[in-house]
Structure formats: structure tokens, C-alpha cells
Design a protein around this ligand. Sequence first.
Ligand code: NAD
Length: 359
Amino acid sequence: MIDAFAFDGLPVRVVFGHGTLSRASEEVRRLGAKRALVLTTPQQAAEGQKLGAALGSLFAGVYSGATMHTPTDVTEHALTAMTDCAADCVVSLGGGSTTGLGKALALRTGVNQLCIPTTYAGSEMTPILGETRDGLKTTVRTPNVLPETVIYDVDLTMSLPPGLTATSGVNAIAHAVEALYAQDKNPIISLMAEEGIRVLARALPVIMATPDDRDARSEALYGAWLCGACLGAVGMALHHKLCHTLGGTFDLPHAETHTIILPHALAYNAPAVPDAMARIARAIGAADAAQGLYNLAKRLNAKLALRDVGMPESGIDKAADLAVTNAYWNPRPLERNAIRDLIARAWSGEAPIATKAAA
Ligand code: NAD
């Protein structure tokens, strides 16, 4: 039987392949733009200049100040740069941090965005923007921040270091995992979610062994697209809320925090969503979804403990309190003690344990 559902397709044009960066000019023109501002992080400034040269007469300038969590003061600087060079569109070349800046500019000016992702974070496929003002991160969901066009060029991901490849890949898997038990889940997104988990779980260990394997890199980027589309289409639950709280409160690294929390959040929700657990287990080829994802992270040499990414032990109680403070939908009701236990296990890096929901 198919449960009743509603489905909104996201209107993003996607161009995928090897060497597709060379189509950037054509795609800028397709958007009707004449002057493109290229955005990057400071670390990817040279790639931004190179892209600028390739854009030729469409190149208005480059702004290389994108940084994690989209601080509003950085956005203000970028807005000035945009006005100074009279740009009429933005081209974001980089990971989620750069995509976030492009979205923040689109929200304020209404310009079109061409997004060229170089990690697996998935932000390019979502109508979601998280911004930080005075240390406080808030999230808005509006179609105005969804990029018009996304170019996925597998060649750009070849330089993604193995450590970031692993955690960014598991970050993507987390979007698909929660899509499979989302309150507003639907059959199309669930198909994309299962396929996204399957290709990433297969490709990531291959990339760790041979980082320049072009086929595995291409599968991983394809998986990241599918998982990003899941994040953009349906609501997330405990795992994403927990990572958001932990990241914001203790300034923890985004993708690594997702990688550590995922098996534990999944073990917590397992009793409430047996069908989703079976699909995840099938996709990663394991007997148990939570344990299988823990083993995958181990195999990828990712950090398994929050204490190893900078969270103090004294923060466990605070995190548990915060996790149950703002009510949000989750397939299993939020039980403070069981959530505290899962955070404590994630803090010390233990394997996940499925707990029974309170009667
Ligand atoms: P990131 O964009 O901060 O990139 C991490 C570092 O890796 C940067 O220095 C970057 O320049 C470098 N890098 C990126 N691609 C590279 C490549 N191919 N080769 C070498 N170096 C490369 O990290 P991220 O994990 O992609 O993004 C995290 C941010 O994205 C967070 O702020 C998070 O909140 C946000 N995010 C938002 C959404 C959304 O839907 N709004 C979704 C996912 C993530």
C-alpha cells in the first residue's frame, strides 16, 4: 500500500559530468546575466580567479571571503563587492560555506545563482539558508535562496582531501537517512534517498583507498546530489537538530559532527521506524543500519568521538537540555534521559545502542 503524500519538485537545473565547469559561461548566459561575481573561500581563491578568466567578458569580479556558518558581516562585505562591480548574478564555487554566501546575496538582492559545488554538503539543492549574526545562527526556508542552476563537475572533487571526503560524504548520507523517516516523506524522495545512501556507502571506501578513482568520485558526487535533493524536499528530525545545536553551542566542525552523531541518532529512532531502518541497512549492505553506519565511519578513518572534535564533557547535559527545549517533530518522542545517553556515547566514541522508547 502507498501512504498518502504530497510532492513538490524543486525547480533547479542540474548539469552533471566530468569537465562540466567549461559550461559555466553558457549557463550564466542561459540565466540572462551579463556580469558574474564569483564567490569562493580564501582557500579556493585561485580556483575562483581561474574560473573568472574562463568566464571572459561575463566576469565582473571575485569575492574570496566566504566562511563557515554565513556570518552576516561577511555577507555585507560581499554585497559591497557586488555593487562595486555591478554584478547581476553570482557564481558560487566551493562547499556549503560558499553556497551559503551566494544564497545570502540572492536573498538580499534577488540575483540568480549558478552554484558549482566542490564538496558533498548538498546545500546547493536546498531552499534553506543558515546565517550567523552576533554568534547566533538562525535558519530561513524560502524558495528565494534556491540556486537556479547547479553544475556538478566531478573533476573539481578530485582535490577534496580524503578526510573531508569521508565526513562530507557521511554528512550527505545523513540527509537521505532522515528523509526516509521524515514526517512529510514521499515515495520519490525515498527512492532518491536509498539510492544516494547506496552509491555513497559504496564509493567512499574506494575513494579512501584510491583518492583519484574517477568512477568512485563520480558516484560519490551523484550520491551527494541525490542526498542534497532529499534535504531540500522534506523535513529533517533529531539528527539534524542535534548537530545544529552541538555545532552552534560548542563551535564543532559541521561534517565531522554529522559523522559522529548519525549512528547514535539512528539507534535512538530505530524502534519507531523499522521500515526506514531496513531500507538504510539494505542500502549500506549491513545487518543493522546504526551499527553499519558506525562501522562505515570507522572504515573511513573518521573521528568517532565528540571529545576528539572539541566538545567538553561538561557540555553533555547542556546539549541534552537544549535538544529537548525547542519542540520539533521526530518519529520517536524526545526523551531527555535517552538523548543524554546517546550524546554521552557519541562523546566517548562508543558504538550505538538501540534503546526502547518509553511506554
Ligand atoms: P566548507 O564549504 O566550509 O569547506 C571546507 C573547506 O574545504 C574550505 O576551506 C573549502 O575551501 C575547502 N574545499 C571545498 N571543496 C574543496 C575541494 N574540492 N578541494 C579542496 N578543498 C576544498 O564545508 P562544507 O562541509 O561543504 O559546508 C559546511 C557549511 O555548509 C556549514 O556552514 C553548513 O551549515 C552549511 N550547509 C548548509 C546546508 C543548507 O542546506 N543550507 C546544507 C549543508 C551544509
